[in-house]
Design a protein around this ligand. Structure first.
Ligand code: G3P
Length: 219
């Protein structure tokens, strides 16, 4: 299971690297806009701070021809960049062409099994099914992960499932339990998920009880 950080904040990324559990980063126009710095500079800083990480960077053009050109330019910024393209019908031919040219593609804003299947047919590196945004409209988003996993395995596709829009421990749990290849999660959500209440309470009790022994030096 690979874990990506869903952020454009370089400092957050650098803070998490020593944990050894981070394998990449997914940025998007929204998280980049929050940084208040020049986006290309921000991306280059992230890529050089995390050269062994897989860094997803999303296109912002609208017209297919411009998306194609921008995707090539983004891919050329650094060796560890994967280009994010929204899962819209108008980009299918562009995605097909980029895959044929060996550009690493992460298809984002995937919401249905059908969309996921079409992207696997094109041989993209990643598909990013969004979970939290289904929950935002009162639909159990995690279910789609199990269906996509079964589809990829049924047809023997090589595309990796990158579970995205994960807003809670429950979403991350579903991503892992469903067999997604990767989960991308915001640093603050990951921190909250990994600081488990019962683990912390257990440590406090152990230390409280240990203090009763009066032992200062152990072993
Ligand atoms: O970056 C892609 C995805 O993880 C965005 O999540 O929370 O904006 O739906 P969210």
């Amino acid at each position: 299971m690979k874990i990506f950080l869903d952020t454009s904040n370089k400092n957050d990324i650098v803070k998490w690297l020593p944990t050894g559990i981070i394998d990449g980063v997914t940025t998007n126009p929204t998280t980049l806009s929050k940084e208040g710095s020049e986006p290309k500079k921000q991306i280059l800083e992230i890529c050089s701070a995390f050269p062994q990480g897989d860094i997803s960077v999303e296109v912002t053009e609208q017209e297919p021809d411009k998306v194609y050109a921008q995707a090539k330019e983004i891919a050329g910024l650094a060796k560890n960049i994967t280009v994010k393209i929204p899962c819209q019908l108008r980009y299918y031919a562009v995605i097909k062409k980029l895959v044929e040219e060996k550009i690493a593609i992460n298809v984002t804003l995937v919401f249905t099994l059908i969309q996921a299947t079409m992207m696997c047919k094109l041989g993209v590196r990643y598909i990013s099914p969004f979970i939290g945004r289904w929950d935002d409209i009162d639909v159990q988003g995690a279910d789609i992960l199990y269906e996509i996993r079964a589809m990829v395995d049924e047809y023997g596709y090589k595309t990796q499932i990158l579970a995205a829009s994960l807003r809670s421990a429950l979403h991350l749990h579903a991503a892992i339990a469903s067999g997604a290849d990767i989960a991308t999660i915001a640093p603050e959500v990951l921190e909250k998920t990994l600081n488990h209440l019962l683990t912390n309470q257990g440590v406090e009790k152990f230390l409280h009880d240990w203090a009763k022994t009066g032992v200062k030096q152990f072993p």
